[in-house]
Design a protein around this ligand. Sequence first.
Ligand SMILES: *Cc1c(COP(=O)(O)O)cnc(C)c1O
Length: 361
Amino acid sequence: MTQYNFSAGPAMLPNDVLRQAQEEMLDWHGTGMSVMEMSHRGKDYQSIAKQAEADLREIMAIPDHYKVLFLQGGASSQFAMVPMNLFCTRKILHADYINTGIWSAKAIQEATKYGEVNIAASSESSQFTTIPAYDTWQLRKNSAYVHYTPNETIGGVEFQSIPETGDVPLVADMSSTILSRPIDVSKFGLIYAGAQKNIGPAGLTLVIIREDLIGDAMIDTPTMFNYAIHAKTNSMYNTPATYAWYLSGLVFQWIKEKGGLTAMSTLNETKATKLYQAIDQSDFYSSPVDKNYRSWMNIPFHLADKNLDPHFLERAEQAGLFNLKGYRSVGGMRASIYNAMPESGVDALITFMQDFEKTQA
Ligand SMILES: *Cc1c(COP(=O)(O)O)cnc(C)c1O
């Protein structure tokens, strides 16, 4: 029986990538060493690191005036790094935040330690099941930046277009949507993402930052929290997450071989559309999310009777479908279907859901 892992993160990785890593595990390209055992300053590892960056730049079409940083500390560290760096570089001590769920709220909470945060829009009154209409946003013309979360991993709401912020740099926490479709990087001042959803293993955090936003961090910023230091040292100020960086590089190659982000986008749209259709066609299942902002990556759904939840999860595991339990605050189920989830996994889930519904009739 094929097993499928619907975890929100760390999430499944492409089988081809894991197999290649397995083949190279003990001896990378005849060096007699595992990538894990290499000096990050040696020429072998340098070639791995450079190739990964080149491939990422190619698949995302990242313009030359952006730096790509391979950091640690997770997206959660970026909640602090963004304000610590951008407030000073921009010499403006306030920023606009869009509150669309649990992750935006965490970013907001952290930023308030470093400057004034204006919550320009919030979907809290809808329990974060939608995105606030753009014409209601109270953006300020002279903010240091505008921060938003294109895909809320827990709530399952996703922006379907990039907000317009004029000259104010747009900052995005793309942890759970990066690489799922083509995006115009030039519309952003800064993009960050923890790797463990749609990039690679946990331990690596990607930052894509426009060069003019790298400059003065706050005077007491720890060295490791200063973008300028990481940019100057090609993310090798200290020992980076070498193995996670290497494995992410294999994922970038896999995406290239599959046809790049256009192909990912087609696949992801197909998978999500199928699953939402199955949910909508049934009276037994329901989606809590506004149809206009449903995520392609994280799909929460409820059973008509929540007393059946434990039974559903148990039966799902027997059918080879794992990690479907929803987040505590949302309840019900959540299927995370990032790039690595094949269409066959979504088909298996839909078949299981239909069978389960029949046994309840
Ligand atoms: C998972 C996630 C985070 C937290 O990431 P860490 O790498 O665990 O710090 C932040 N934002 C979003 C949107 C996420 O999905």
